[in-house]
Design a protein around this ligand. Structure first.
Ligand code: ATP
Ligand code: LTN
Length: 332
């Protein structure tokens, strides 16, 4: 087994993962566990940065964990765990907050978007320090590669800056991680507004993998395209059609140009129908597996506890080193 590590996280903020989460991130998690020591985390602490309902958060965390396993993350080959089970994440965050500039944090576009959406006054301080918690997640495991979608690139840059800053002030402690962003599927677009990324917060154009098959198929068949009829991969001029081609190509392991050629002369209807079939071919067995896992909460809790214990084994000594390097006196 390689000594190189990957780390990634996903928020448990909705009942179901969306297609962009799967194609942009989790599909790559599954692949990377073959060649890396992999740590995959349901980042429940990140969900506390916006108002949340306690019962919903508990359910969403269990469901998110089950979805990671159902997607193919294998506890025998990787370490799937829940962020709040490993206290070191919150502890290292505090250290990193002291190293982050106020201006630097203010430039994070995700913070700017999310805080202006609900009115800047009502945004929490947690939303502002969210990227330092994410940096702590990554740095605690001396991570080399972080598979994420394009929207996380700026947070990764901040994580790299913080690692370098810490290392140069206090001595070599953290690995400076690389973003692992697969270009083809880095930004799956909203089906109703193909200029925006597919997002849980815009449910109209978002495919939730655990939705009933009919709902999923209808959303894909009613995807916004354009007023032409020609199927062509051209993200700038034809974002809607190109997005469907990207989805279909990724799910059938082909490249977009090959897929585009297959629809020359056949119009948008056939492309939409086949894209819907490809999504359902993945989503239906996926949902069945998630239900099976959730039907045995005792076993799920056991796998979770085992993941947390293995994560802590790596995180605890790294935190202890960081504490010691910044000058905190050990307790005993
Ligand atoms: P949403 O916008 O739906 O709330 P999110 O970014 O909050 O999504 P997370 O659970 O935080 O979702 O992210 C999980 C992973 O999915 C991240 O690596 C993120 O980059 C990726 N991701 C989210 N949306 C897309 C998308 N439309 N295309 C590609 N990757 C995506
Ligand atoms: N911020 C990410 C989720 C996330 C993450 C991480 C991703 C939290 N911690 C560590 C990669 C590595 C998001 O909103 N998608």
């Amino acid at each position: 087994m390689s000594e190189r590590r990957v780390f990634s996280g996903i928020q448990p903020t909705a009942g179901s993962f969306q297609l962009g989460n799967y194609l942009g991130a989790i599909r790559h998690w599954v692949r990377l566990q073959e060649t890396y020591q992999a740590f995959y985390c349901v980042v429940d602490l990140h969900s506390l940065t916006v108002p949340q309902d306690p019962a919903e958060l508990r359910t969403a965390t269990m469901t998110a964990y089950a979805q990671i396993l159902a997607a193919g993350v294998d506890p025998a080959r990787s370490v799937p765990f829940v962020q709040s089970h490993v206290a070191e994440h919150a502890q290292l965050t505090w250290v990193l907050q002291g190293l982050t500039g106020f201006g630097e944090a203010s430039r994070m576009t995700q913070f700017k978007d999310k805080s202006t959406r609900g009115g800047a006054e009502s945004a929490s301080v947690g939303l502002f320090t969210y990227p330092m918690l994410m940096a702590a997640d990554i740095l605690l495991y001396r991570t080399h590669a972080v598979p994420v979608g394009e929207d996380q690139r700026q947070h990764l840059e901040l994580t790299r800056d913080l690692a370098q800053r810490f290392n140069s002030r206090f001595g070599d402690t953290f690995v400076v991680p690389e973003a692992h962003i697969v270009k083809e599927t880095a930004k799956i677009l909203d089906l109703q507004d193909p200029t925006a990324k597919m997002s849980k917060s815009q449910p109209g154009g978002c495919v939730f993998l655990l939705d009933p098959p009919k709902v999923i198929a209808k959303k894909i068949r009613s995807a916004v395209t354009d007023s032409e009829t020609e199927v062509r991969f051209d993200p700038a001029a034809k974002p809607g059609v190109s997005n469907l081609l990207t989805i279909l190509a990724a799910l059938t392991a082909r490249d977009v140009e090959t897929v585009a050629k297959a629809y020359q002369g056949s119009g948008y209807g056939a492309l939409k129908a086949d894209a819907a079939d490809a999504v359902l071919a993945f989503a239906e067995p996926f949902a069945a597996r998630v239900r099976e896992l959730l039907d045995d909460p005792g076993e799920l809790a056991r796998v979770m506890a085992d993941g947390a214990a293995r994560a802590r084994e790596v995180a605890a000594p790294v935190l202890a080193t960081a504490y010691q390097r910044v000058g905190l006196v050990p307790a005993g």
